[in-house]
Design a binder for this molecule. Sequence first.
Ligand SMILES: [Fe+2]
Ligand SMILES: [Fe+2]
Length: 306
Amino acid sequence: VSIRTATMQQVGASSSGPVSSLVTQKVLTADILAEIDRLAPLPTVVMDVVRMVEDANSTIADLERLISQDLIIAARVCKLANSSFYARNAPAKTVGDAVKRLGFKTIKSLVIAAGAGKSLTKSMAHYAYNEFGLWKHSLGLALATRSLARNLGLPFHLQDELFLAGLMHDIGKLVLDPILGKAGIESGWLTTDREVATVGLDHTEVGCRVAKKWNLPEHAVAVITHHHSVDSAADFASHTAAIHLGDYLINDAKVGLSEQAEVQCYINPVALDILQIDASIVQEFHETVANELPDIVSMCDELTRC
Ligand SMILES: [Fe+2]
Ligand SMILES: [Fe+2]
């Protein structure tokens, strides 16, 4: 498998194709900002769980009671807790078992993930995704990056943070998708340069605003903002570099993408420098992801059905 890394020309390349007039672009940018304002918050149960996890007086029973109020979220949390990505020893039959097994912090990530899953499964007309494509791309990336982090021996809390950030990294596309329709863009691979040229903002900037509105943790905001511009990532640079790499691997494996999609993604060499790895390790990651792909795909399908 050959590994594509970006040349300087590709990193700085500008978009080709139709560019809207500045006036149209400004109108569309205003539409995007209005759309972010209108965006529904994360489900109340998610916000309540986040608050409860931060509260030192909360008990496992409190958390179980709260999560069980939302059947879909409860089912997704149990499925993830029992998947090969998390499961250890006996299966978690109840949400309480899952909380006991995984701990409050991991459960918090899983609940945010399960809650956001409702938004991420929305169908998308652009970006070359197939049915539930953004969800499969995001969850696939989250699971793959988490297991790469485990293989690299990164601490457990970091594996968890990467899972959440990975799941959310392209959240801006949810808001941009209908606006791209207004701009007359056809379905297909879309670079961030092309997004800016068409609607004035790209999915990283839009995603950053959504993440702040949803009060996502700082590491997730940093990853969402810089996963296509690793060079300018200041805080959480390792998180951002890991997700950038995971994005490349999962796109290369075409998870969530239509068969005809022309994948145009590259590894920014800066990401490899930040992670202190070389191309031979990327080759190993390719193999790890390829081996785990059946598990990743079936997990995505199972959670979609919840
Ligand atoms: Fe992205
Ligand atoms: Fe992505």
